[in-house]
Design a protein around this ligand. Structure first.
Ligand SMILES: Cc1cn([C@H]2C[C@H](O)[C@@H](COP(=O)(O)OP(=O)(O)O[C@H]3O[C@@H](C)C(=O)[C@@H](O)[C@H]3O)O2)c(=O)[nH]c1=O
Length: 185
């Protein structure tokens, strides 16, 4: 199989390590293969691909889309290095409110599968980073949701001290506020 699938501390979040074929020309790798991904438990139909570029210290997140536009994501860093985070917002989950964080980079070529029901974000650790990701539901601006990146109850250990955050991302609610509003999965 051209991929190794590793379930993380939140077992529904899966780190994907592709098999990289290097030769004198460069490299080749498969980045998505429906039958293999489905066998590993990644079952969505991925209907949209996204690409963003960010400078050092930029933090995008923590984002999700509300039902019925919730999105699973397969995230990959094709240039530079990011610290990528998924926070479990599924209220009946044994890992509700917990997060996992991994380094994704152009060097390790790892990908992160994040199911529906999670908030997702990343911070850039290189001068520039380009991130591409597949999602299994289309963008629906009226259904955007978020969790504040520095929520003390989630306590994400971001490896950048003063990240660059958009005005929109400064205004997301805390986990407690999401619970009060029942804006969970
Ligand atoms: C996410 C998205 C944004 N846009 C537009 C809206 C806006 O004008 C512009 C920038 O949007 P944002 O500031 O929300 O982009 P960004 O902060 O990069 O949002 C992304 O962050 C990461 C962490 C995710 O997990 C993604 O799902 C997505 O929420 O792009 C689309 O047209 N389609 C999309 O799917």
């Amino acid at each position: 199989m051209p991929f190794e699938f590793k379930r993380l501390e939140i077992p529904d979040v899966i780190l994907i390590k592709p098999k990289v074929f290097e030769d004198e020309r460069g490299f080749f790798m498969e980045t998505y293969k429906k039958p293999d991904f489905e066998k590993a438990g990644i079952k969505g139909e991925f209907v949209q691909d996204n690409h963003s570029k960010s400078k050092y210290g930029v933090l995008r997140g923590l984002h999700f889309q509300k039902e019925p536009y919730a999105q699973a994501k397969i995230v990959r860093c094709i240039r530079g290095v990011i610290y990528d985070v998924a926070v479990d917002l599924r209220k009946n989950s044994p890992t509700f409110g917990k997060y996992v964080g991994v380094i994704l980079s152009e060097y390790n070529k790892y990908m992160l599968y994040i199911p529906r029901g999670f908030a997702h974000g990343f911070v850039v650790l290189s001068d520039v980073a380009e991130v591409v990701y597949k999602v299994d539901n289309v963008y629906a601006p009226d259904y955007e949701g978020g969790l504040i990146w520095n929520d003390p109850d989630v306590n994400i250990q971001w490896p950048v001290e003063n990240p660059v955050v958009s005005e929109k991302d400064k205004r997301w609610p805390t986990l407690k506020e999401l619970i009060e509003k029942d804006e969970l999965f």
